[in-house]
Ligand binder design. Structure first.
Ligand code: CP
Ligand code: NVA
Length: 298
């Protein structure tokens, strides 16, 4: 099984991945390698994926953009088919989601078919969502019925979180400025998955929520838009203590990191008791373990 988006599996499959995360598992990668190809920087993803690979008996190899750029020295298809000769799994962080799809097609079409895993693209960040859902599940004893408010840019992290949360029966409210909301077709697809509400009003989204989630206003690859984006989001979409006070008294604050204090979140909220961001970061490791196991199990 490839894991290019949360939708690569169904609700049952997603539940199984969460179950594998902390389970005693066979060392399914014994004597085998996992290629971790990064077009963009990473702290959490690279390190959690390396250690998850080791925990399943495997050997991770980090490959960076300076050395092997997709379609730079050679084509994405030639890189993918070359890596497929050495590795049991190919995982990549890319600017353009279509590159991941091309990797998956090329390795499947040539006899060797290592699973292909998305480590973040412009479209989605499914491995992050698995860690987020693991964190929510462990905090609330499950995901079904949990009220999640996502405040900020309707980006890759928001899409994977919304898909996974809805598949597992959570309720999600997403508040973004109009220009940074999901397009109509994405909203319609998400609406078919469960209880989702879109608005431009963060206070309405956060009211009574169990989880308040935000992410950077400027994702990797959008750096030239940083000033315009800051103006569009500040101050309405900054998660501060007043906004947190509208949520449930037991609400947690989540962020995939890296965070920008004074932009999408205040220092006070980031460092508050409600903040579970480092638990969430730590959960990237068991989450990727679950993803690897599920992909290798088929
Ligand atoms: N959350 C996340 O993916 O972090 P990195 O960019 O550091 O991998
Ligand atoms: N939305 C952010 C997430 C970083 C982990 C980005 O794509 O840069």
């Amino acid at each position: 099984m490839n894991f290019l988006d949360i939708g690569s599996c169904d609700a049952k499959g997603l539940g199984e991945i969460l179950g594998y995360a902390r389970a005693q598992l066979d060392p399914v990668l014994l004597g085998a390698g996992v290629a971790l190809v990064f077009e963009k920087p990473s702290l959490r993803t690279r390190n959690s994926c390396e250690m998850a690979t080791v925990s399943l008996g495997g050997h991770p190899v980090y490959i960076n953009n300076a050395e092997v750029g997709f379609d730079v020295r050679e084509s994405t298809e030639d890189i993918a088919r070359t890596l497929a000769g050495y590795y049991k799994v190919i995982a990549a962080r890319v600017f353009d989601h279509a590159v991941l799809e091309r990797i998956a097609v090329s390795v499947n079409g040539y006899g060797f078919s290592p699973p292909v895993i998305n480590l973040l693209s412009d479209r989605s960040h499914p491995c992050q969502a698995v860690a987020d859902l693991l964190t929510i599940s462990e905090r609330f004893g499950g995901v079904a019925g949990v009220k999640i408010a996502y405040v900020g840019d309707s980006n890759n992290v928001a899409l994977s979180l919304a898909q996974g949360a809805l598949m597992l029966g959570a309720e999600i409210r997403i508040a973004s400025p109009r220009a940074y909301s999901f397009d109509q077709s994405t909203k319609e697809v998400l609406s078919t998955l469960g209880s989702v509400h879109f608005s431009q009003d963060p206070n309405e989204a956060v009211a009574g929520a169990d989880v308040v989630y935000t992410d950077t206003w400027t994702s990797m690859g959008q750096e030239s838009q940083a000033g315009v984006r800051r103006e569009a989001f500040l101050p309405t979409y900054q998660v501060d203590s007043q906004m947190m006070d509208l949520a449930s008294s037991e609400a947690i604050f989540m962020h995939c990191l890296p965070a920008h204090r004074g932009e999408e979140v205040t220092e006070e909220v980031f460092e508050s008791k409600a903040s579970v961001v480092f638990e969430q970061a730590a959960n990237r490791m068991p989450a990727f373990r679950g993803v690897l196991y599920a992909c290798l199990a088929g």
